[in-house]
Ligand binder design. Sequence first.
Ligand code: URP
Ligand code: ZN
Ligand code: ZN
Ligand code: ZN
Length: 510
Amino acid sequence: NSQSNQFCEAGIGYGEVGCGLSSSTKLLIKGGTVVNAHHQEVADVYVEDGIIVAVKPDLKVTDDVKVIDATGKFVMPGGIDPHTHLAMEFMGTETIDDFFSGQAAALAGGTTMHIDFVIPVNGSLIAGLESYEEKAKKSCMDYGFHMAITKFDDSVSRDMEIMVKEKGINSFKFFLAYKGSLMVNDELLLEGLMRCKSLGALAMVHAENGDAVFEGQKRMIQLGITGPEGHALSRPPLLEGEATARAIRLAGFVNTPLYVVHVMSIDAMEEIAKARKSGQRVVGEPVVSGLVLDDSGLWDSDFATASKFVMSPPIRAAGHNKVLQGALSNGVLQLVGTDHCVFNSTQKAFGIDDFRKIPNGVNGIEERMHLVWDTMVESGQISINDFVRVTSTECARIFNIYPRKGAIIAGSDADIIILNPNSSFEINARSHHSRTDTNVYEGRRGKGKVEVTIAGGRVVWENNELKVVPGSGKYIEMPPFSYLFSGIDKADASYLSSLNAPVKRSKSTT
Ligand code: URP
Ligand code: ZN
Ligand code: ZN
Ligand code: ZN
């Protein structure tokens, strides 16, 4: 099959034929250090038909089993990216990584599952889901869905219940920014938080004050600042802090858990820290760009270079990144996403005369595991167990699919990576697997390389070559009432009885 061979040369094989792919569904990973979030040990991992069957030292197997030597390497759960936008229609165009190219890139970087955001069609959740089900048919790895809520009425409320009870969606995202398109007001956010609570679904927020951002943008244009730096100047950390605080207070008022996506600033992080300290259930998700980059690229005199860094909330001035790394290591922030949302340089050029028209988004789905390893583990800021926790396990727990995902234990899905800590990686747009023609991490090198990725029991990345098959990825249904909801009803009951006490007292004294 000449076509599949051609793709093999290019590094992406489309099928078993002509790709030298073994059809074996039995695998033994020998002699590596198996790392889970809770434990690590030198052990073998035996896989059959996509499931981990045994994790024990010195397993003996028959000849028909493919053996991979992992001596001196770390065998870890495949990464789960909680935040991606594949094939999303946004800002007048569509992200150019679809469910095949984006996932192929993910697998090359050691991520074996992602959760993408379904965008409703004209406010309709059902139509939005149908459209994403269609987009996801070419998937080559497992995936789940969050759903955005862009309007609220009885029909949306009913459809939220259908999403949770019948469609495997257990999280809803509210955009407090993007005025005039995705943004919701406080009234809608409150309705949404209450509905999420009743369904056991996790409310997520994009926290920036969209009304103030709109004013900030006008202010920049009036000053004649039309380049990519105007994007950052128009939406300062102050506005991220405000919206984060507001969403947290409203979630506290409703008493429901809250997940803050793409925490980009110290301001937002400090609001999360304060809430968590008081006992409120708030999850903070930094993204790789916010952890490792600073805003200097936005000031590059070359538009193509500067515009590739435009995302929202903006990549902040140097200093925010280091503080966010600290917050990830001390537990104020719990898991790392990417917000992978890529537009090529032609699409970014829609905003050549006006930063407001530059499609927002950066890459990261392929780079996340390597950059978190290099930045956090190699620097000694987190342990290897915590690496597994922040790149995989915590996401599986929050979205209620642990330990099927996020763990290497008997019975779990065989989504596994082998990372060589003595090998190194280098990132550039020439060799990456995303369809975009730029990379915000261009030229970065670091220590630690994902040498093998196993997805659903199949070796899909080995010897720097991808062997991926469209249609092989499965939709992962995520049930409601994750651990974040445990005890919420008790807190409600004790709040109610605390209201009751003074009422009874006043009655008895009259
Ligand atoms: O710039 C970004 N983040 N684009 C994707 C949409 C979003 O806000 O998550
Ligand atoms: Zn091949
Ligand atoms: Zn967002
Ligand atoms: Zn996003």
